[in-house]
Ligand binder design. Structure first.
Ligand code: PMP
Ligand code: GLU
Length: 398
């Protein structure tokens, strides 16, 4: 047999974030003491009132399929949250789909709106999976390269450079992984006007909306120019420390959501039943946990950025949101971001994600997650300082 696997996978790389997770696991299995600043995996466990509700559902036999769109009471709760937090008004019966993860939400969004040959504009640096998802849908991801020099600012003028008659959609992520930027009101207006002018769909990934350090979150779907053409993607992984639950959702125009329901019906069917009960408890229960968690992230952000700026050849801006520091490492003289990340793992036993994984504009940077505990961050900074000062490698075997 010649081609055992589908050609559509040929240009697709493995996920760079999962690759770091795999490498860390393999090294730990060999006894290497690795400090992991790779993945955006919260050090917090899910709140007890959420796990209690899901356990109750599970033990009570709530173990069957739900409607493909999601549990009606969860759809209601999501509609309530969108109205309250985001000024986005949708009909829970037609305009929302609950998905097993925000990642799947993005995947079926792209599968539902992109035809082969369509182009989707993605401002980069951007999260590692967007471009691959677009390619899996047969579409062409078009990287709109932002510049570190002007703080990865987005403008209508920049987006105009990338639009063609094939452009179908625009993908926005705010707060942004990996740059830490949150769109300003002005940027959001420009994006919305650009989308309206060119009759584009907007997919907006707002998974870090709660993880902000002073800036305000603005959902594009709340702006008149973008309402009616925007799919809002969100999930429970970051706001509620629920990564392993795999729960997310999309809200948007009912005709598009209806097509997404078909994709979901023919792929996973529905999100887990008791998992959705956990999601319901998250949205309807006390929200103070989020404040406490984000306050702790804010401290870690200060620690990691100060520590990085003290390293020779490293310079780092304070991220406005999300869980990542994205320093410029090009003045360290240690080569490309992939070479730097490999060197750091070897010399210091510190795992980071190379900036090149985030597309054009990412090279020259690495991403360090501060979702991990303060102890790990402090130890990693110490090891990095030692390694960069040219002393003996700090990786500890044993
Ligand atoms: N979007 C962004 C920007 C992310 O960083 C992630 C990873 N948390 C996701 C989407 C996917 O989140 P999940 O699949 O865990 O819901
Ligand atoms: N979103 C996180 C990250 O960027 C988790 C891994 C992933 O889903 O890619 O590290």
């Amino acid at each position: 047999m010649k081609n055992r696997t589908a050609a559509r996978f040929s240009g697709i790389e493995k996920s760079a974030t999962f690759a770091v997770v795999d490498t860390v696991r393999a090294l730990r299995a060999q006894g290497v003491h690795v400090l992991d600043l790779g993945s955006g995996e919260p050090s917090f466990d899910t709140s007890a009132h959420i796990t209690a509700e899901a356990s109750k559902a599970l033990l009570g036999g709530f173990t069957h399929y739900t409607p493909s769109r999601g549990l009606p009471e969860l759809l209601e709760a999501i509609a309530g949250k969108l109205a309250r937090d985001n000024a986005v008004v949708v009909d829970p019966a037609t305009d929302i789909i609950v998905t097993p993860s925000a990642k799947h939400a993005l995947y079926i969004s792209m599968m539902s709106v992109l035809d082969p040959g369509d182009e989707v504009i993605i401002p980069t640096p951007s999260w590692v999976s967007y471009q691959s998802m677009a390619r899996l849908a047969g579409a062409r991801p078009v990287a709109a390269r932002l510049s570190a020099q002007d703080g990865f600012r987005l403008s209508r003028a920049l987006l105009e450079r990338y639009v063609t008659e094939r452009t179908k959609a625009l993908l926005i992520n705010t707060p942004n992984n990996p740059t830490g930027r949150a769109l300003t009101r002005q940027e959001a207006f420009e994006v919305a006007e650009f989308a309206a002018e060119h009759d584009l769909l907007v997919i907006t990934d707002e998974i870090y909306e709660k993880v902000l350090y002073g800036a305000e979150h603005l959902s594009l779907a709340s702006l008149p120019a973008a309402a009616g053409r925007t799919l809002v993607v969100n999930g429970f992984s970051k706001g509620y420390a629920m990564t392993g639950w795999r729960l997310g959702y999309v809200a948007g125009p009912g005709d598009v959501i209806g097509e997404m329901v078909k994709v979901q019906e023919h792929s996973v069917g529905c999100a887990g039943s008791f998992v959705q009960r956990g999601g319901l408890a998250a949205l309807t229960g006390a929200q103070d946990f989020i404040r406490e968690m984000v306050d702790e992230y804010a401290v870690r952000r200060e620690v990691i950025v100060a520590g990085l700026n003290a390293l020779p050849g490293v310079s780092c801006e304070l991220p406005e949101g999300a869980l990542y520091a994205f320093p410029d490492i090009s003045a360290t003289g240690l080569g490309t971001s992939a070479q730097f990340a490999a060197w750091l793992l070897e010399e210091a036993g510190v795992a980071v994600t190379p900036g090149s994984a985030f597309g054009p504009g990412g090279e020259g940077h690495v991403r360090l997650s501060f979702a991990t505990s303060r102890d790990v961050i402090e130890a990693a900074l110490e090891r990095m300082a030692t390694a960069l000062a040219g002393r003996r490698g700090a990786a500890v075997r044993g």
